[in-house]
Design a binder for this molecule. Structure first.
Ligand SMILES: [Zn+2]
Length: 350
């Protein structure tokens, strides 16, 4: 039997946590009077901006109206990118202590192990946990602990300082982390709201990351089109691009990405669930692959998008039948930020 090792490069920590984790957290905190108070004001002022009505948060702020199961269902129902973002950010308020964060890591890693992953590059939106009052040192220690466990999957962590906190906060956070250690994270990215917080504003943050030996990815070309992608590429020169699928709207951009062999982190179910594309046939994977751009397939937030890597591979193959499962597995490993010797070992050893 042929051996296809499983790994992916674009997975958000909380987005991959099992639903049981969120249900336990809702049950744990629901009765507390002050539950979402500090979080809600920050959300409204800085994270949600005026575009968000915050219905889920209101529900959570009124304990007794809904059961934990009902709240959980509501958290996982959305049909637009904004609604998804609101749900996603709201779940950060359920991680309120170093112990909560430690269980988030261990339960997520156990779930990834169960699914047979050999490695995962996991994006951690550290600012959200800091906002909940968990000390930076505790967060970093838990990450180191989780990575040092000999159990698979092998984890690489990507720091996401969260766009909405602004470029200066991102730089300060990175500097604080580097004072502690330059080994906790292997890469940086920024996810979230591309429209209001353009990637090129974070050029200093990214150059500090590069000087410190960290790899660079950036979510771009998901909600915004090629013009924003060009700006990001010119100002930041990322090693990979998160999503990047809207590059297909600009043949020159496709040509450029192919020439430089800049891999895209494609997440098909995510794009369908957040409404980037109305239907599977509209996902321009064939155009991207046909242009010669290295493509990785990823789950992004598998718990929120009800998907698995196997499912993403199937979707990709229905769009590009010429891609074999072996090709797809290899592409994910080849574009990863794994150290070369480890990449080879994981690819060779069942
Ligand atoms: Zn993402």
């Amino acid at each position: 039997m042929t051996f296809f090792p499983k790994g992916e490069v674009h997975l958000h920590l909380r987005g991959a946590a099992p639903k049981e984790y969120f249900l336990a957290q809702i049950t744990k905190y629901l009765g507390r009077k002050d539950l979402f108070q500090p979080f809600s004001s920050t959300l409204q002022n800085r994270l949600f901006s005026s575009r968000f009505a915050g219905p889920i948060l209101k529900e959570l702020l009124s304990p007794g109206i809904a059961s934990p199961e009902e709240i959980l269902n509501q958290l996982f129902s959305y049909s637009s990118f904004d609604q998804f973002l609101e749900s996603y950010i709201t779940t950060a308020s359920l991680v309120r202590s170093a112990e909560d964060f430690s269980r988030l890591l261990s339960q997520t890693k156990a779930s990834l192990r169960q699914q047979g992953y050999r490695f995962c590059e996991v994006t951690v939106s550290l600012s959200e946990y800091l906002m909940m009052g968990i000390p930076l040192l505790s967060l970093l220690e838990q990450l180191v602990l989780s990575r040092s466990s000999s159990k698979e999957p092998y984890l690489l962590f990507t720091l996401d300082p969260v766009r909405n906190f602004g470029a200066l906060a991102a730089e300060n956070l990175l500097q604080d982390i580097l004072q502690y250690s330059s080994e906790v994270f292997s890469a940086v990215t920024i996810g979230g709201d591309e429209t209001n917080f353009p990637g090129e504003d974070f050029a200093h943050f990214f150059s500090l990351a590069r000087e410190s030996g960290l790899k660079i990815s950036i979510h771009s070309g998901e909600t915004c089109g090629p013009a924003e992608m060009w700006r990001v590429i010119e100002r930041i020169s990322p090693d990979r691009i998160g999503h990047g699928v809207r590059a297909a709207e600009d043949p020159k951009l496709l040509e450029y990405l192919a020439e430089r062999q800049i891999p895209l982190e494609v997440c098909i179910s995510s794009n369908l669930r957040t409404g980037v594309f109305p239907a599977l046939h509209a996902v321009p994977l064939q155009q991207i692959v046909g242009a010669g751009i290295p493509v990785t397939l990823n789950t992004d937030d598998p718990t929120f998008f009800a998907t698995t890597l196997e499912n993403e591979f199937e979707l990709a193959q229905s769009l590009c039948p010429e891609l074999t499962q072996e090709d797809l597995c290899k592409l994910n490993f080849e574009a990863s930020f794994l150290p070369n010797d480890l990449r080879e070992r994981l690819l060779r050893t069942p």
